[in-house]
Design a protein around this ligand. Structure first.
Ligand SMILES: Cc1cc2nc3c(=O)[nH]c(=O)nc-3n(C[C@H](O)[C@H](O)[C@H](O)COP(=O)(O)O)c2cc1C
Length: 178
């Protein structure tokens, strides 16, 4: 049992934070921007926010190249990865990858019709968003996007991230979806 019985008043240990935050299982997305210098970044901070208006958010580190791209471009795409796309997640989180359009050479994608943001093929869901608001999130910024278009498929397993590792989950397809 590794739970600390002494509640601390100030949390400062980044390793402890990463470990504890990592106990929250998430899906895995690739956030993209189009324009003259397209860019993509693996992100598991993606969250749905609101149905009316339709809003989603993603938290992006201030030191990430994507941070400036989102601010400049004002629109972005989100592709929710399927179970077989762990290599895609690893590629777009690798800081040593080739940048610019060449970073997309190893994946299948199409430009979104509304924003031009690359949307990855074979993914579970895809969203095109216009940047709606940006909020201070400490060493990250919270980018909220208004969803302009969405699509979804049910025939693939999902890629998850939990406890610092990629996992997979198979939905129970007998369940009725609301
Ligand atoms: C599973 C996973 C999830 C990640 N989620 C985020 C995230 O939500 N926000 C973020 O800023 N970085 C996240 N990262 C780290 C970025 O993908 C990584 O730092 C990337 O190299 C940044 O790209 P860029 O600087 O070229 O834009 C994640 C990495 C992994 C492996």
């Amino acid at each position: 049992m590794s739970v600390n019985p002494e509640p601390s008043r100030e949390v400062t240990d980044p390793k402890a934070m990463r470990r504890a935050f990592g106990m929250f299982a998430t899906g895995v997305t690739v956030v993209t921007v189009g324009g003259g210098t397209p860019h993509a970044m693996t992100a598991n901070s993606f969250t749905s926010v609101s149905l009316d208006p339709p809003l989603v958010l993603v938290c992006v580190g201030r030191s990430a190249i994507m941070h400036g791209c989102l601010t400049e471009e004002g629109a972005f795409g989100v592709s929710v990865l399927a179970a077989h796309q762990e290599p895609v997640a690893r590629h777009f989180s690798n800081r040593w990858r080739t940048l610019g359009a060449a970073q997309f050479d190893t994946v299948d994608w199409l430009p979104g019709s509304l924003t031009g943001a690359p949307l990855l093929e074979g993914t579970l869901a895809r969203f095109e968003c216009e940047l709606w608001r940006t909020y201070d999130g400490g060493d990250h910024s919270i980018f909220i996007g208004k969803v302009l278009s969405l699509e979804q498929r049910d025939d693939q397993d999902a890629l998850l991230f939990f406890h610092g590792r990629f996992r997979q989950i198979t939905p129970d397809r007998s369940e009725v979806t609301a």
